[in-house]
Design a protein around this ligand. Structure first.
Ligand code: FAD
Ligand code: SIN
Length: 545
């Protein structure tokens, strides 16, 4: 094997490394390394840049994050008719007994401050009668979702980017993909020293940092059908796992009930806010069936709606259900959903004239790297924030529009926590060693492995699971992982290969987590254990356990 596992450097290896050549463009240093520039990474960068140098790494463009694509809005307590207690109770109910109540309370208490801050940064939330227009989504007992039409994420992203882009202390590395964390054992304990990053020219940079923050978003690309952008391959969780961090609750994959079912628009989301404002889910005969499953109908929590749609599709033997918005006023659609409407029109679908074909698709990971609300991981010098982290806020099912809120609150707390840390002694990180790597002759193995993983996860580890399906998935994933490992160590790195290695690991961790949960709760439904267990426990997996 020619390429050592750089994420697990030993003391001996470190002591053999020379000081970095300051002129070397492949060895960079900063106070704070932030990987990922969605809402979580951008806010953390702007906070920390007031106190030191920041390198902000992003494997795509800013527009490629989930943040940028967020539609419905950000949940928060900003109306006199609402209360923190009501938002807390809705979040706990959606999470089906598994939310960490202290984290829920801390996060929600901070919600109105975060929304005020976004407004101060220039986010122009929709207004009605002189105050914020608040929309409603599934599982919320009040209107409490602030939004910018149906493109809230882009507006929030632009506001945060306006703080980051001009900042002299922030170096932005776009089209750069983090490969692995660099860690070592100092004084008997492991510490994160930075990360290796692949630049667009195929070269590997080593970035040494006093503190490293993972803000790499979700894992939707593990599935065939997802609302997520291409970047959502679970890289941060995979890197943290390889560096020795525990992961939590990865079995809870949220499927959004209404993704467009269309050959040319397969990952297009149709916001839940449309249902909040009056659109219905119907079958091909126009029958509203959700009240057969929950008295809240279209506005039941997302796990219930997605499972009901999946069940009806299977029962009726059809490929999709429909979102019918024809009863909504045209002015309401024009004012609040102009982007969704125009994207559908581009595909030849007129939402005012016809029901829109929809299917549930992988949307959000409630699990992730185990952290506290400040983003602290098991590994000294490493933090994880936003969707890549798991604080226990969402429990077994995330309440709609709670994740942008989580990203901002965690980034804020994390920056404060990072600044409290003592400055570690400088430590040199070695350059990447690519000796012995042989050129690729063909890429078909990579494509085949991508397809196999995503199909296996969609067919066996989707909305409804069973012991047998999980066993089959695990067996197949083991073979694919072996193939990827042998390919990875011999061939030049590419973003595609790095992502493949990560989705394979993520798929395996999701299956392992699902196998550990012997009950049905929230987003995890097993035909072998259809009941909820009296025992309420997180699923925590530790590397090597
Ligand atoms: P992201 O915004 O996903 O950003 C992750 C960043 O990490 C990206 O910049 C990516 O390029 C980068 N990255 C990943 N891997 C690497 C790597 N190896 N190296 C370098 N960079 C890397 N939530 C709500 O609360 N309200 C909504 O209305 C809402 N609507 C949504 C609509 C859609 C279509 C989707 C997909 C999600 C929606 N969500 C919504 C969920 C929410 O948008 C996300 O959970 C949240 O934006 C995640 O933010 P983040 O900062 O953690 O990660
Ligand atoms: C949506 O607009 O339906 C997405 C909201 C969310 O995922 O929180």
């Amino acid at each position: 094997m020619s390429r050592p596992d750089k994420a697990l450097l030993s003391d001996t290896q470190l002591s053999q490394v020379d000081a970095p050549d300051p002129l070397s463009k492949r060895q960079l240093q900063c106070d704070y390394l932030i990987i990922g520039s969605g809402a979580a990474g951008l806010l953390a960068a702007s906070r920390l840049a007031q106190h030191g140098s920041v390198i902000l790494v992003n494997k795509g463009r800013f527009q490629d994050s989930s943040t940028w694509n967020a539609q419905g809005g950000i949940a928060g307590v900003v109306s006199d008719k609402d209360s923190i207690e009501s938002h807390v109770q809705d979040t706990l109910a959606a999470g089906v007994g598994l939310c960490h109540e202290d984290v829920v309370r801390t996060t929600i208490k901070h919600s109105s401050d975060m929304i005020d801050e976004l407004i101060a940064l220039g986010t122009r939330f929709d207004e009605a009668d002189g105050s914020l227009h608040l929309t409603k989504e599934g599982g919320h007992s009040s209107r409490r979702v602030a939004h910018v039409q149906d493109a809230t994420g882009r507006a929030i992203g632009e506001a945060l980017l306006s703080q980051v882009a001009p900042h002299a202390n922030i170096t932005r590395l776009e089209q750069h993909t983090a490969i692995d964390l660099i860690t070592t054992k100092l004084d008997q304990h492991n510490r994160c020293l930075g990360a290796y990053v692949l630049n667009p020219h195929g070269e590997v940079l080593s970035i040494a940092a006093r503190q490293t923050i993972l803000a790499t978003g979700g894992i939707g690309k593990v599935y065939l059908y997802t609302s997520n952008p291409h970047a959502a391959t679970g890289d941060g969780i995979a890197m943290a796992w390889r560096a020795g961090c525990s992961v939590m609750n990865l079995e809870f994959i949220q499927f959004h009930p209404t993704c467009l079912f269309h050959r040319q628009g397969s990952n297009m989301l149709i916001s839940e806010a449309m249902r909040g404002e009056g659109a219905h889910i119907v079958d091909a005969q126009g029958r509203r069936f959700l009240f057969d499953y929950d008295q809240r109908g279209e506005l039941a929590a997302r796990d219930i709606v997605a499972r009901a749609i999946d069940h009806e599709m299977k029962k009726q033997g059809v490929d999709c259900m429909y979102l019918d918005a024809r009863s909504m006023a045209k002015t309401l659609i024009d004012d609040h959903f102009p982007n969704i409407c125009s994207r559908l029109l581009d595909l030849g679908l007129d939402i005012m004239q016809q029901p829109i074909p929809v299917v549930p698709a992988a949307h959000y990971s409630c699990g992730g790297i185990q952290t506290d609300v400040h983003g602290k991981t098991d590994l000294e010098g490493l933090y994880a924030i936003g969707e890549t982290a798991c604080t226990g806020l969402h429990g077994a099912n995330r309440l709609a529009s709670n994740s942008l809120l989580e990203c901002l609150v965690m980034a804020d707390y994390c920056a404060t926590e990072v600044l409290k840390q003592p400055i570690p002694a400088p430590c040199h990180v070695p350059a990447w060693d690519d000796s012995g790597i042989v050129p690729e002759t063909e890429r078909i193995q990579i494509k085949q492995n991508w397809d196999e993983i995503r199909a296996t996860m969609s067919h066996y580890v989707g909305i409804v699971r069973s012991d047998e399906r999980l066993r089959r998935a695990r067996r197949r994933l083991r073979i694919v992982q072996e193939e990827i490992a042998s390919y990875y160590w011999k061939h030049p790195l590419s973003q595609d290969l790095l992502e493949l290695r990560n989705i394979a690991l993520m798929a395996d961790l999701i299956v392992q987590s699902a196998q550990q949960r012997k009950e049905s709760r929230g987003l995890h439904y097993s035909t072998d254990y259809p009941q909820r267990s009296a025992k309420v426990a997180d699923t925590i997996i530790r590397p090597g356990s």
